[in-house]
Design a protein around this ligand. Structure first.
Ligand code: NAP
Length: 259
């Protein structure tokens, strides 16, 4: 798998921190050339610098997934820097936890624009380059929250994460004629700074509910994304892979506790 990623041009939106950073690190460690994208240029460049220091090829770029012109500039720059685009990891996202009675229409729009419309805009901007690659790969970061599970405070977020899968199903059929595959990773609870911000009691509670009794690491999500992008996964499209330590499997809390 690692050999087929060597030299590939990869964009990771939201690659400056959290899960995106793990995805970017895994691709860089396999010899891919990685464009790390976030709105904060300094953060994206600092992350790229870490990977370059470890012997990888990476650079930062500032772009906003909610703006089409910004996504077009990102795609153009990736192609200029790295000779095309082979892989897009549409990962940038946000998840402010607000229960519906307090949730404002403005916050709803912000989350939908970033997570769902941002996925569409990043994919659309990269299509011309992924076509030229002749083996283009799109890997979307969805979630278990929305498509499979529910959690108070995340109606807006869950709707976008389920929406990404709906987008993927039609996109993979449309883009198959260009030999572009579209797949999604569905992380469970993964240790990131953003997740830690939800508080220690949330982290402890989640750990107890996961059969493997730990949260995931960002690199573990990166390995799943790298698999979908590899030559070995060339016949897989329109699929989703849950990476959650078994969190969604027990049929009840009793099933988990009696193990
Ligand atoms: P995070 O640590 O908050 O990182 C978010 C990244 O997205 C940052 O690099 C941020 O950079 C970028 N970003 C946010 N809005 C952007 C925009 N409008 N344009 C461009 N970049 C933007 O979040 P995370 O936890 O790693 O989450 C990443 C993805 O994983 C999301 O799609 C999320 O839904 C999914 N996920 C996370 C978990 C988890 O346990 N953490 C679980 C399931 C799914 P800037 O702020 O500089 O723009």
């Amino acid at each position: 798998m690692s050999a087929s990623l060597k030299g590939k041009s990869v964009i990771v939106t939201g690659g400056s921190k959290g899960i995106g950073k793990g995805i970017a690190r895994v691709f860089a460690s396999h010899g891919a050339k990685v464009l790390i994208v976030g709105r904060d240029l300094k953060a994206a460049e600092a992350t790229a610098k870490e990977f370059v220091a470890a012997g990888g090829t990476a650079s930062g770029f500032s772009a906003d997934v909610t703006k089409y012109e910004s996504m077009q500039a990102m795609a153009k720059e990736a192609a200029n820097r790295y000779g095309g685009i082979d892989v897009l990891c549409a990962n940038a996202g946000m998840f402010p936890q607000v229960k519906m009675e307090e949730l404002t229409p403005e916050t709803w729009d912000e989350v939908v624009d970033t997570n769902l419309k941002g996925t569409f805009l990043s994919v659309k901007a990269c299509i011309p380059y992924l076509k030229n690659s002749r083996q283009g790969r799109i890997v979307i970061t969805s979630s278990i929250t929305g498509p499979v599970t529910g959690y108070p405070g995340w109606t807006h977020y869950g709707a976008t994460k389920a929406g990404q899968l709906g987008f993927m199903h039609s996109a993979c059929v449309e883009l198959a004629k260009y030999n572009i595959t579209v797949n999604a990773v569905m992380p469970g609870n993964v240790i990131t700074e953003a997740l830690k911000d939800l508080g220690q009691s949330y982290v402890d509670g989640m750990t107890a509910e996961i059969p493997l009794k730990r949260l995931g690491t960002v690199d573990e999500i990166g390995h799943a994304a790298a698999f979908f992008a590899s030559a070995e996964a060339g016949f897989i499209t329109g699929q989703q892979l849950v990476v959650d330590g078994g969190q969604i499997v027990p049929e009840s809390l009793e099933a988990l506790r009696s193990a």
